[in-house]
Design a protein around this ligand. Structure first.
Ligand code: NAD
Length: 348
């Protein structure tokens, strides 16, 4: 029952849209517009049930509020989930109908890519709605480029704190997922001299990483047990609970995936094992930081972006180090500290 979901109460608005003609079904969750109109990517995914889709949208949407607030971007938090029907491919008409949905929300929510959504998809939606970013035609292009840079910067901070090292030479990083973000992150790490162990469910990508990045490869179900310095989750969320945390053999976790902690006690379990965790909504904010100019240019926005993107992405490292300090002082987990800071900023 939607009303019983813990995140539901916390949300300003949750909308379900359907378009019978094209088969479009989409959930738009708007968590907070306190700092500005809500902003968050659209995920295209097949869920076991409609309830799972709504729950995913709500969880991701709340994280977007904290993400934008902590990144210093004057945007609210929202997220959309477009339901994938395994029996039929997604069509251009569905994307256009989705543009109509965004127009109907009249700028309360602006979106861009998430898992299952490409720059090309956003370009199609943009032909009918101004409320989509992450396009080449109107802005910074693929946000995953900035996300990967931000994760790389954050990972450097994590290495400083967890390993007391200023460089990445020989640092062993296990990367889960070699998609838009994970591949670029792995490339950057390889260039910086890190040793890589990687996995992906796509065997071709894995083989490419072995050849091009000199990476060791493992099966998808083996990555959480790899002995390494850092684990970088860059596939899907919901990874860590008391069982998976018990099997980890790394010093720290620093990756792009949203909502990595599956259970409320996962953060405490990581802390108890001395595994430093970079809160996902802090380390993966590069996409939203990079999209700020484009979003600022949308109708009805009142955002000014002044500092260069490189500086704003570099802030992710200092922000994380500050959160680790505060968490240590308070004797709490980094994500508890980050969430408290986020809540303060969005007035909850
Ligand atoms: P993507 O779809 O391009 O890549 C995901 C990769 O993970 C794919 O290569 C896929 O084959 C692989 N994968 C899926 N399940 C796997 C499994 N069980 N084991 C191993 N590999 C698996 O997505 P992306 O844009 O790179 O995003 C990655 C993660 O980062 C997502 O959780 C996303 O929500 C998050 N994120 C992305 C951005 C962005 O700008 N793209 C921003 C913030 C957060």
């Amino acid at each position: 029952r939607y009303w019983d979901l813990p995140e539901f109460d916390d949300h300003e608005q949750t909308c379900l849209f359907t378009d019978r003609e094209t088969g479009l079904r989409v959930v738009v969750a708007i968590h907070s517009t306190h700092l500005g109109p809500a902003c968050g990517g659209t995920r295209y995914w097949h869920y076991a049930s409609d309830g799972d889709a709504v729950a995913d949208a709500l969880r991701l949407s709340r994280a977007m509020s904290y993400k934008s607030a902590l990144a210093g971007v004057a945007m609210g938090g929202g997220k959309a989930v477009m339901l994938r029907d395994p029996a039929r491919p997604r069509t251009r008409e569905q994307l256009l109908a989705y543009g109509g949905v965004l127009n109907r929300l009249n700028g309360q929510f602006a979106t861009g890519e998430d898992v299952g959504f490409s720059v090309a998809d956003c370009e199609i939606i943009r032909t009918v709605s101004p409320y989509v970013g992450g396009t080449e035609s109107a802005g910074a292009g693929d946000p995953s480029i900035h996300t990967a840079t931000g994760v790389f910067n954050g990972l450097r901070g994590v290495v400083k704190r967890a390993l007391d090292r200023d460089d990445l030479q020989g640092v062993h990083v296990a990367v889960q997922g070699l998609g838009n973000v994970g591949w670029r992150l792995a490339e950057g790490l390889a260039q910086a001299g890190a040793r890589l162990t990687v996995t992906d469910i796509d065997a071709d990508r894995l083989e490419r990483a072995r050849v091009a990045l000199n990476a060791e490869t493992v099966a998808p179900d083996a990555i959480l047990g790899v002995e390494a310095d850092i684990l970088a989750p860059c596939a899907l969320g919901g990874l860590f609970d008391s069982v998976t945390v018990a099997g980890l053999r790394v010093r720290a976790i620093a990756g792009a995936a949203n909502n990595q902690l599956a259970t409320a006690d996962a953060g405490a379990a990581l802390r108890a094992r001395g595994i430093l965790y970079a809160p996902d909504f802090v380390i993966n904010a590069g996409g939203v930081i990079g999209a700020a100019e484009e979003i600022a240019a949308m109708p009805g926005r009142n955002i000014r972006v002044t500092r260069p993107i490189e500086d704003r992405l570099a802030d992710i490292e200092t922000r994380l180090l500050d959160i680790f300090d505060r968490a240590d002082r308070a004797g709490e987990t980094p994500e508890a500290t980050a969430m408290a800071l986020g809540r303060e900023l969005i007035g909850r």
